[in-house]
Ligand binder design. Sequence first.
Ligand code: F6P
Length: 535
Amino acid sequence: MEQPQNTPTTDSLARRQAWKHLQKLAADPSLRQLRDLFAHDPQRTSKYTVRQGAILGDFSKNWVSDAVLSALIELANASGLSEKIHRLHNGEVVNPAENRAAAHVLQRRRHTHKAIEAQRQHFYQVAEDYHNHNCLTAFGEPVEAVVNIGIGGSFLGPQLVIDALTGLQTSGRCPVHFLSSVDDSLLEKVFSQINPRRTLFCVSSKSLGTSETLRNTEAVMQRITTLDGYQPGENRQSFVAATANQDAAARLGIPASHVLPFAHSIGGRFSLWSAIGFPILMSAGAETFSRLLQGAENLDEHYASAPFHRNLPVLMALFSIWYRNFMQLSAYAVLPYDARLKHLPAWLQQLMMESVGKGRDVRGHPVPYSTSPWVFGEHGQLSQHAFFQAFHQGNDVIPVDFIGVRQPATENQRFLLVNMLAQSATLMNGTHDQRTDRHACCPGNRPSSVLLLDDLSPRSLGQLLALYENMVFTQSVIWDVNCFDQPGVELGKRMARQIDHHLQAGTLEALNTDDSTRALLQEILSDHTQEPEKP
Ligand code: F6P
């Protein structure tokens, strides 16, 4: 397979020079000697620690020096980062493939465009109507649970936020269940947990063209509308739709009053701040949702105004690029040491890999260097007992983000943080005591960052999520790729549609595909499977 050359070829001289400078710096092996970097610079911890709002970021245990940081900032400048951030914040075009702005930043501002404000007020009002029982289900019952039918960005953000905030004292809470992939067992599980007559089904899909979401919606509608007493009307609705495609919602039979629209210019994986966050409102209440938006807005202001060497999302993006393109490290782990953040890795995986996992630049030319790292993660303590062995001693180095939460200051919370710091320190320090056991020798000098949150409140959570969103936008600017499209995913979807079409029509012989796929399809269609085992 052809390997990326790791040098930009299609852009400005300044960018090429900055890139070459970084390549030269990367050849210095002393950068990987973390313990020595600390020994030579007593100011290192404070120099590489940035506090912003409720987040303290300590980046001192990374393979970087002052010279590396300056050179990375040079690369950011040569890539026009300041101007691109300005365009993002001003609602100018930053998604050239679709000739669109990316409105997620405007969506979370308190004072924003009139159209966005009107849409926001609408979904707040609908949530309030259900909370106050001014609106009931189509069975004339109050809503006591929500089922979110959606996938990708129309699922991961709400799931993460609802789980993270579940422990808070909030008003109007009602449980939210998620129906994401097409899977009968998932459907049955959700239905076993709800009273369908007292459940609000929220079809969440920007496009309302995602086949898994449409199939799930159809299956749910089939079950609900055939139940005795189903009688929708004004102020009696069991379905709402959060979407940018209002016509498709109307075709599903959802009345305009219960369609929660948002702008096409809000990218799916950046959409939790829009009507896609409706289940968050239903579960946590309007005040919590507003504070979540405010937290994100605070972080956006920091992103737009802080100098790059003190700018949290810029620093995190620059370090990730340093590791990916100059240190040739292909993976990146995010490890929240707090079970409430257990869905953060999945959310970040889509955010980063779908946004900047690109092989073409914004002009459509091949990108001659690596882009998104392989993002993975898990709740910290679980990962300690799963893949930390490889982190400490395996031959591949994986940069890590540790995320800890200080409050509540209980014994257990402290124990979690102690474990987190122990892992971070051990990754750096390793052990070389060969007298005891040669097999136990761990090399150390492995990089990690620590993000310490004051608490896990709607505000700090908003800051954390906006931090990662802005990090990804920064990566896209420097890698010169469009972070708001996903042509690879679309290609896979088209193939599934084609196969499905030929299956339905009984014309598999006309399907343009390879022998392996054709043989497997025949296998699926054939009836010589073994008798299923009795449960
Ligand atoms: O995974 C591809 C994708 O298009 C994502 O970008 C999006 O979040 C997800 O599918 C769901 O899309 P929609 O909200 O349009 O159903």
